[in-house]
Structures are given as C-alpha cells and as structure tokens.
Design a protein around this ligand. Structure first.
Ligand SMILES: [Ca+2]
Ligand SMILES: [Ca+2]
Length: 231
C-alpha cells in the first residue's frame, strides 16, 4: 500500500489565514461600520458627479475648439485677401466677376475660384491672365480638411482639394462654406450682415473684406453661433 508522499518544503504554502467572520469565536461580533459605509458611498457619489462634470466640460471644450478653429480659418481667409490687396493693389475677384460699383458677396466654394486664386493655384487659361500671377500662397496657415460625413457634407475644418482637375474650397468645422463680402466699391466699408449687430447700431463695418460662416446649426440667420472675422 502506497503511503502518501511527504510534502516537499517547496510545496508547502502558508496556511491561509481564517477569513474574518462576524462571529470569530468567543462570541465577539464585528460591528457593522455604518460610518465607513456611508463615507464610501459618499465618495463614490462624489466621484460620479466629478466624472459627469468632467465629461460635460470636455464636451464644452470640444465645442470651443470647433468654434475657435472656425474663427481662425475665417481670419486666415480675410488676412490672405488683405495681403493679396497689399501685394497687387486690388481685391481678388471671384470667377466671372468684374470690378463693380457696389460691394460683392461670394463664398469659399470651388466654383468661385477664390480659394484656388488665394492658394496660388488658379487654372491656367490661354486668354485669362491669373490674378495671382506671382503664384503666392496666401493660405499657408490653413490646414487640410478632414473627412466629415454629416449633414450631407464630405469634408470639414480646412482646405479641400477635390476632383480632377483640382478644385479648391475651404469649409468650417461643421462642413459649411464661408461667406465673403468684398469692399469692391472701394469706399472702405461693407454692410454688416449680422442682423443683431445691425439692430444694435452697427449697420456698416470699416473693412475691405469680411468672412463668416453659418456655424454649427448651418443657418446663416442665427448669428449667435456664426464664426466671424470681425468683433
Ligand atoms: Ca464698400
Ligand atoms: Ca448659425
């Protein structure tokens, strides 16, 4: 008959300590620490509230980043146009426009050709001399757009170079084109499109160019969320 093998020293493990019980002999009960339980619950709740607060502030922060990016990009466009004006002595004109006796509205879409012009990438035409004939890139600070498949848009937050031959446009953080108003009548003023500001006594702005977008809601008439190149 085989005897059970003696355990080797390596196989000997310390005996587990007896788990505490609420009746660990001698009739001594562990008291339920209600104060500790209450404190732990309170800490859990505080942590939960802090997390909710963090998430909320994070969302606000993301919104702030989009708005900031949209404003900076509008300023990049208006600064590029002002620099073009300083270099060439006249405002850049969208495709099909001629120097006008009134101010001109346009946008940052591909069909206007204004973004290609500002990027120094006007399509070469045999009969049309490029306005930016020196090929200067006035949009160096504008980042490439990101894919953004929402609300019927494909791109957001930057410069879009699409199709063949390349078509240039700039979209805001929510995929909208920017609107531009050019002081093509040369009086140094443009009408203020912000109906709120106009109602408050600022019907005109002393600018050669202004840029804005319809903002997150995509609606131009709601000016509260519209990024603008002016105060
Ligand atoms: Ca004007
Ligand atoms: Ca809006």
């Amino acid at each position: 008959m085989d005897e059970p093998p003696c355990p080797s020293p390596a196989s000997q493990t310390p005996a587990p300590k007896p788990a505490p019980s609420f009746n660990a002999g001698h009739g001594a009960n562990y008291p339920i620490d209600w104060q500790k339980i209450f404190k732990n619950c309170l800490l859990t709740l505080l942590g939960l509230f802090a997390f909710i607060g963090f998430m909320s502030s994070g969302n606000r922060s993301v919104m702030g980043v989009s708005m900031k990016s949209a404003i900076v990009m509008g300023l990049d466009i208006s600064n590029g146009i002002e620099q073009f004006l300083a270099d060439y002595g006249h405002l850049p004109l969208p495709i099909g426009s001629t120097p006008a006796s009134r101010d001109l509205d346009t946008d940052s879409g591909p069909s206007r050709g204004l973004i290609a012009l500002l990027a120094g990438k006007e399509a070469a035409g045999a009969s049309i001399k490029p306005q930016n004939f020196r090929g200067i890139d006035y949009l160096e600070g504008v980042k490439p757009a990101k894919a953004f498949k929402k609300s019927g848009h494909l791109w957001a937050d930057g410069l879009v170079i699409d199709r063949t031959p390349p078509a240039y446009s700039i979209v805001d953080a929510w995929g909208n084109l920017y609107h531009l108003r050019l002081d093509t009548d040369g009086d140094g003023w443009v009408e203020n499109p912000d109906s709120n500001q106009a109602a408050e006594g600022r019907p005109k702005l002393k600018k050669r160019v202004i840029v804005w977008s319809p903002g997150k809601d995509g609606l131009e008439e709601t000016w509260e969320d519209n990024p603008k190149s002016w105060d």
